[in-house]
Design a protein around this ligand. Structure first.
Ligand SMILES: [Zn+2]
Length: 420
């Protein structure tokens, strides 16, 4: 048996089994929550979740499980059936063996594996989210999003793949160091320009209108040194009734973005607390820290790829001839999702800590934890996000701490001196 085939089967299989375990635990927790009572499950929830929220959590859990099963089958068929080396030979006969032809082949396979998942994203939006009253997108918006995704994929993905292949071929034994630096540079650049050049293609961004909210946020902005012109409202209601806020970009393109659905739903005090939390992420350097973590992971990934691409057995395991690194890169790219799954708990342990820090920042800045606690409770209730996940699932997947833990942390004296 080729060790690369075994390793791939192990990587795909452990993720599938892990997700099966997590979602089984989630479903059982939801059953216990539905039964009520005062056991450990109920203690994890702030209030007994509504039957509708429990239904929604159950449906989402089933959907996640089906998605990972579907993705595993697609990858297993692609990698195990011999279809890729056959397509590669045909491609080389017709498109030639230039770097651009190689890059285009890789791009096409990656694009196809994305398109194969469209039925799932369609189902999620127009069946699952629709059933719970969250979807506001039309089929037209959905297709236009796919189309824009393809255009961006061609403009950004194709030249990136070409550059990477050129670097591997001409960069010498240390090509991966240059490629890594290039990838980090490109990532930073895209993150810098996305709020100005890419995101407005999908959504409308407006400055805060004149009024009490703007006045209040202007005072907050002065106190935190975060200019109010960097706070914008996005037409999230174009696709969903879920409400959210996020921080994006860096340097002069940094933004706190509020969904219009959020602005319509929260009071001025609560919105101020949410914005203070987002400004906390900026002030506490979480964006910079996330980039350091990302750069570290990418360094490991590139060094690992440089070693793997030198192994003839990698190519032979999937029916390719060693020599051209492009098929090796294709296999590594296809397996990057299941491989990255193992990093998930490590990254999320960090992001959960940052959420507590940003909450504490908001409470300190406003001299009270009450508005943020109120906002968090209301948002969880209205987004049907109240039922907590099983601790094992949370440990692996969740970027945010559960509501109960956040409220508890906010109630501590460090978060709010006036609280018990
Ligand atoms: Zn946050």
């Amino acid at each position: 048996m080729n060790p690369w085939s075994v390793a791939t089967a192990v990587v795909l299989g452990t993720r599938l089994l892990g997700e099966l375990l997590f979602e089984t635990l989630n479903q059982r927790l939801l059953v216990r929550l539905a039964a009520g009572g005062h056991d450990a499950a109920a203690a994890m929830a702030v209030h007994p979740p509504s039957p509708r929220a429990l239904d929604y959590a159950r449906a989402r859990s089933r959907f996640r499980l089906f998605s990972v099963l579907y993705e595993t089958v697609v990858l297993a068929v692609l990698l195990g059936s011999g279809v890729l080396p056959r397509a590669w030979r045909l491609w080389q006969e017709h498109a030639g063996t230039t770097l651009w032809a190689d890059a285009a082949f890789l791009w096409s396979v990656f694009a196809l594996t994305t398109a194969v998942h469209w039925p799932l994203t369609w189902y999620e939006r127009f069946r699952l989210e629709q059933r719970f009253g969250f979807n506001t997108a039309t089929a037209r918006t959905w297709w236009s999003d796919r189309f824009k995704g393809i255009v961006l994929g061609v403009l950004l993905g194709l030249p990136t793949l070409w550059g990477l292949l050129a670097w591997i071929r001409h960069g010498g034994p240390w090509w991966w160091l240059g490629a890594w630096a290039g990838a980090v540079g490109l990532g930073l650049f895209l993150n810098r320009v996305a709020p100005v050049l890419i995101l407005p293609w999908f959504n409308r961004f407006d400055p805060l209108p004149e009024g009490p909210l703007r006045d209040r946020l202007e005072r907050l902005a002065r106190r935190t040194g975060f200019p109010v012109r960097d706070i914008q409202i996005m037409d999230g209601s174009r696709r969903t009734r879920h409400s959210n806020a996020f921080f994006t970009g860096w340097g002069r393109s940094r933004r706190v973005v509020l969904y219009d659905t959020l602005v319509g739903r929260l009071g001025t005090d609560e919105l101020e607390a949410v914005v203070a939390h987002e400004i906390g992420h900026a002030r506490l350097g979480h964006v910079r820290k996330l980039w350091i973590v990302t750069a570290g992971i990418w360094a490991l990934a590139f060094a690992g790829a440089a070693w793997a691409l030198e192994q003839p057995a990698l190519y032979r395991a999937f029916g390719f001839e060693p020599g051209n690194p492009a098929p090796g890169l294709l296999i590594l790219g296809l397996c990057s999702g299941p491989l990255g799954w193992w990093l998930s708990p490590w990254i999320h342990a960090r992001t959960r800590r940052w959420e507590f820090e940003a909450d504490a920042f908001a409470a300190r800045t406003l001299d009270s934890a009450a508005p943020l606690r109120q906002a968090l409770e209301r948002l969880h209730r209205e987004n049907l996000a109240e039922p907590p996940s099983h601790p094992w699932y949370r440990f692996w997947h969740e970027s945010h701490p559960p509501l109960a833990d956040r409220l508890r942390a906010l109630a501590r004296p460090a978060g709010d001196p006036s609280s018990p």
